[in-house]
Design a protein around this ligand. Structure first.
Ligand SMILES: C[S@@+](CC[C@H](N)C(=O)[O-])C[C@H]1O[C@@H](n2cnc3c(N)ncnc32)[C@H](O)[C@@H]1O
Length: 179
């Protein structure tokens, strides 16, 4: 069952990261493994992200030379969404598995390395109130909390949209672009 946790609790627990490492070490390297059994939403997910990104690429004149896939797993997003749009894609860490403090620090580092007109996008589950997933040791923030972390990192949101077409039984998944 999900359990609410205080930010301070998570920020001081090395166990939060160890548990996630141990959970993901045992997950099969498949699309179903990456999506927790929801592999059938992958096309809807990629199409939604593609539409969101293409709008931004036109309006913000974003270059196509380089992208960074955070929490890439087996590279589902890199392969299906990013490689058709960018020349080079690097793969790195993940939003729900970072504490607020570490996520804000990470976003600041990303901002420092953005190309001219570059953007950062987060596409992740949100809940009404912050909840903690004991299975994979990750947290699901509320949309407001996600935006607070973005603001705390000194970044400004330029576009946001809720992914449509996902089953009503799963969490809302917003796409947020900022720099
Ligand atoms: C829900 S999966 C999503 C994978 C991929 N983004 C996708 O949509 O197919 C989360 C991924 O985050 C990775 N992960 C968890 N904690 C991490 C950490 N601290 N640093 C880097 N990756 C991490 C896991 O190994 C897993 O592949």
């Amino acid at each position: 069952m999900e359990k609410h946790v205080e930010l301070e609790h998570v920020d001081t627990k090395h166990k939060f990261y160890q548990d996630a490492l141990s959970y993901w070490s045992n997950v099969p390297p498949t699309v179903d493994g990456m999506l927790g059994g929801f592999s059938y939403i992958t096309t809807t997910d990629v199409n939604g992200s593609s539409k969101f990104l293409k709008t931004l690429m036109n309006s913000e004149k974003i270059g196509r030379c380089r992208a960074l896939d955070c929490g890439a797993g087996i590279g589902r997003v890199t392969k299906n969404l990013l490689l058709p749009l960018f020349d080079t894609v690097d793969m790195l860490e993940v939003v729900g598995h970072l504490t607020d403090k570490h996520l804000a620090e990470f976003l600041k580092r990303c901002q420092m390395h953005l190309n001219e007109n570059g953007i950062i996008c987060i596409k992740d589950n949100v809940a009404n109130t912050r909840s903690f997933d004991h299975d994979d040791s990750s947290m699901i923030r509320s949309l407001d909390e996600m935006k607070s972390v973005i603001a705390a990192a000194g970044l400004t949101i330029i576009q946001e949209q809720l992914q449509s077409g996902f089953p009503p039984t799963i969490y809302d998944v917003p796409m947020i672009a900022f720099r």
